[in-house]
Design a protein around this ligand. Structure first.
Ligand code: MUC
Ligand code: MG
Length: 378
């Protein structure tokens, strides 16, 4: 409930935006030729507008929420619940959304970002300041090699190393036969040597026996980190693999919020947690997940759903406040997109993503680009 001149939420718009990628991006579960962003514009009675983003990978092939479903959920259930509510109280607004909708973490994350962006703009501070302050002004950001071709991936890595843009490369495997995948990774690691770290993401594609074989070979090839080798539900399999190998095992799909983090920590199922604001239902859920990881002595990593600039910078404001972030981030989403819908694209230099310094997210929409790329353009 609101009092006196407290700014209220006037409207919430969810917009589907289709952006082309710079090249095909091949993952175990999908090949992306474009990315669909769900952009949220939250307008307040004091004229302030907050932006948010919910983005997933390959329709419904990665998570439980699709872009179209996220828009429907926001339009039908979440936006009406926020109408005329206090725009300055993010926790109260999110609690209200928790009452009208279970789950739907991606949609809720976009709305939480928009509320935080608006409130930080209102206070005239960067979003990270509203969260308590950044402990690092920039974040290490890796790049994912996923063209589907080993030679092309090596050329891409060499170019990005030369430009001092990325010095860690994540390879998406689990799509081809295990030995083919391992040969691909080993060839890239051999070519890059000690000049770059190489990690792999299997996106749940292996069973436990395949994973045991694959991880042994990847460890021998010098791979630095193995992400989500087995299905997310199979936590004890992940625990056995984590106990068996020296190379760190990272949970991604298996760890969404703090409850998952507790259970994985109890089982000793992961050495590293991949944090994502979308999986956790927002920045605050991500911070709570991180706190469980901290308490359990689990290293942290800033993950992505391959969001565009708005979702990426929202995550960056959260990640830069974490006490530890031992494995850096993969916040390269905007670089995978050919074009953008913000006026000033995020800055990547010296292997880092540098945070904008303006109030809120520090981003402004490019209205012409938005009009051009929105799915419902007339
Ligand atoms: C994932 O599963 O980690 C992150 C980078 C990338 O290429 O895909 C993702 C999603
Ligand atoms: Mg992953």
């Amino acid at each position: 409930m609101t009092h006196g001149t407290t700014p209220t939420i006037v409207s919430v718009e969810a917009i589907l935006v289709d952006l082309p990628t710079i090249r095909a991006h091949q993952l175990a579960m999908a090949t992306m030729q474009r990315q669909t962003l769900v952009i949220v514009r939250l307008r307040c009675s004091d004229g302030i507008e907050g932006l948010g983003e919910a983005t997933t990978i390959g329709g419904l092939s990665y998570g439980d929420e699709s872009p179209e479903g996220i828009k429907l959920t926001i339009d039908t259930y979440l936006a009406p619940a926020l109408a005329n509510e206090d725009a300055t109280n993010v926790h109260a607004a999110m609690a209200r959304l928790g009452k009208v909708a279970r789950g739907n973490r991606f949609a809720k994350s976009a709305l939480e970002t928009a509320l935080l962006d608006a409130q930080a703009k209102r206070l005239g501070v960067p979003l990270s300041t509203l969260l308590g302050g950044a402990v690092r002004p920039a974040l290490p950001a890796l790049w994912t090699l996923a063209s589907g071709d080993t030679t092309r991936d090596i050329e891409e890595a060499e170019r990005l190393l030369g430009e001092r843009r990325h010095d860690t490369f994540k390879l998406k495997i689990g799509r081809r036969a295990l030995r083919e995948d391992v040969a691909h990774v080993a060839a890239i690691k051999r070519a890059l040597g000690d000049r770059a770290r190489v990690t792999v993401d299997v996106n749940q594609a292996w069973n436990e026996a395949e994973a045991a074989t694959g991880i042994a070979m990847l460890e021998a090839a010098g791979v630095d980190l193995i992400e989500q080798p087995t299905p997310r539900e199979q936590r004890t399999a992940l625990a056995r693999l984590a106990a068996r190998f020296v190379v760190p095992i990272m949970a991604d799909e298996a760890v969404c919020g703090p409850e998952d983090a507790m259970e994985l920590a109890r089982l000793g199922a992961a050495d590293v947690f991949a944090l994502k604001i979308a999986k956790a239902g927002g920045i605050f859920g991500m911070l709570r997940t991180a706190a469980v990881g901290d308490a359990a002595g689990i290293a942290l990593y800033g993950g992505t759903m391959l969001e565009g600039s708005i979702g990426t910078i929202a995550a960056a404001h959260g990640f830069c406040t974490l006490p530890q972030l031992a494995w850096g981030t993969e916040l390269f989403g905007p670089l995978l997109l050919k074009d953008d819908i913000v006026v000033e694209r995020p800055t990547y230099r010296d292997f880092m993503l540098h945070l904008p310094r303006g109030p809120g997210l520090g981003l402004a929409l490019d209205e012409d680009k938005l009009a051009h790329y929105r799915r419902d353009r007339s």
